[in-house]
Design a binder for this molecule. Structure first.
Ligand SMILES: [Zn+2]
Length: 431
């Protein structure tokens, strides 16, 4: 991620707070949650930057009462986020394994072969498309960050350094490139112009082709109080109800949906052309019905989420204040994007956490945005011997507690902030 200054996006046809929905254009009138002002979560600071002015933007999340898209205004431009992206998907072994299983399953399901073409949008370093190569399926990746695209080319994954939309789709069609499969994993949230993106997919897709999209499910985000997964780089949050409407706007049809455990609970949605011969599976109506039963068409459901986030903030602060009043020493574990939303929203600085640690050496010696908590190597925990370790990437809590089990030696306990404050005593767990 680009840690240099983040440019302000000039008003996107909006005047003041009277903002139109990114998908359907309706006026946005309902707030999901207002997390206050926060710096972009990936702008980790170097030592010489912490006494300089920092850019803060509102984290005020709205929900559209027409198409139900949950959304944040594009304060931080996609060009800034993606031109030099520091996140290489291949660093995560579990994510690469997830990608491999997907490639094998979809090749079989769609009967892909050497005459086919699979295109991935935001293909990163080729972590996914590389698995089609041994299966004999030709691939093209589209990736705006040149540095990660180079890593993909080194794996033998043909990659175009560009942003995807109608313009690029038309250009590819004139080159006689049309896709049997279009893949978009965790990209939808970061697309500023959703309609241009989906219209591009419609153009690039062969008549009987299939699109698969994976994204965190707003139903899980709300049910499990994952307000910290909201940050400026994520512009949109989806239910199947919204994706169904979005597909229909562009002559596409949702033909299947699966629930995945990734990123706190995701959906994998399969789309085809409206007139495709592919049948719509029962899974689609079942999940649409469930979302309706869970109140996702009702604005009061969204409003109640904001109250839950406030409650979680009070509970976490109450815990930390009590611990500090007892003279306890506390540090953090991890410096992920979600950690920065949580720390800034709750205003947890070095008055509570002496430091945090991270396994990524790039972050060592730097400071978290806004709250300026020093980021150290993991071994710093062994030297400081804190009483409590606040786990910021809570989705990895089982892995972290297992890896750091030895802290039980000096009586340390783990604290997990989401969905509600939970203390884990590692001495009570089996090794
Ligand atoms: Zn809308």
């Amino acid at each position: 991620m680009n840690i240099q200054a983040v440019e302000i996006v000039r008003d996107h046809n909006t005047a003041g707070r009277d903002v139109g929905c990114r998908l359907c254009g309706s006026r946005l009138r309902h707030t999901l949650v207002d997390l206050g002002m926060s710096p972009p979560c990936e702008s980790i600071l170097k030592a010489d930057q912490i006494d300089q002015m920092e850019l803060y933007y509102p984290l005020n999340v709205m929900v559209c009462d027409t198409c139900l898209l949950v959304q944040l205004k594009e304060y931080v431009s996609a060009e800034t986020i993606f031109s030099e992206y520091a996140y290489f998907s291949s660093f995560s072994t579990s994510w690469v394994a997830h990608a491999k299983a997907y490639c094998e399953a979809i090749t079989k399901r769609l009967g892909l072969g050497e005459e086919s073409l699979a295109v991935e949008l935001a293909s990163n370093d080729g972590y996914l498309l590389q698995h089609f190569l041994p299966l004999g399926v030709p691939v093209i990746g589209v990736e705006p960050a040149a540095n990660v695209a180079r890593a993909a080319e080194e794996k033998g994954v043909l990659t175009r350094v560009d942003f995807f939309g109608v313009r690029l789709a038309n250009q590819m069609v004139t080159e006689e490139l049309k896709a049997d499969l279009i893949i978009g994993n965790n990209v939808l949230a970061q697309v500023p112009d959703l309609n241009d993106f989906v219209a591009g997919m419609k153009i690039l897709l062969k008549p009987e082709g299939v699109v698969t999209l994976e994204f965190p499910h707003i139903e899980r985000l709300m049910a499990e109080n994952q307000f910290d997964t909201i940050y400026h780089e994520h512009y949109s949050y989806f239910s199947l109800l919204t994706v169904d409407l979005m597909a229909a706007r562009h002559g596409l049809r949702v033909i299947d949906v699966e629930e995945l455990p990734t990123h706190g609970g995701s959906l994998r949605v399969y789309l085809a052309h409206e007139g495709s011969s592919r049948a719509t599976e029962d899974s689609v109506t079942e999940l649409l019905d469930r979302e309706k039963r869970h109140g996702l068409m009702d604005m009061s459901t969204y409003a109640s989420f904001g109250l839950k986030a406030k409650r979680a903030k009070r509970d976490l602060l109450a815990f930390l204040i009590a611990a500090k009043n007892e003279g306890k020493k506390i540090c953090g574990y991890g410096a992920p994007g979600k950690g920065n939303t949580l720390l800034n929203y709750c205003a947890i600085g070095t008055d509570f956490l002496d430091f945090t640690v991270d396994r990524n050496p790039y972050k060592h010696g730097r400071y978290t945005p806004g709250m300026h908590i020093p980021i150290k190597p993991v071994q710093a925990i062994d030297e400081a011997k804190p009483d409590y370790i606040l786990i910021l990437p809570w989705n990895l809590k089982d892995e972290i507690v297992q890896q750091m089990h030895h802290v039980a030696g000096w009586g340390a306990k783990f604290v997990v902030p989401i969905p509600f404050v939970t203390v884990i005593d590692p001495s009570e767990l089996r090794k």
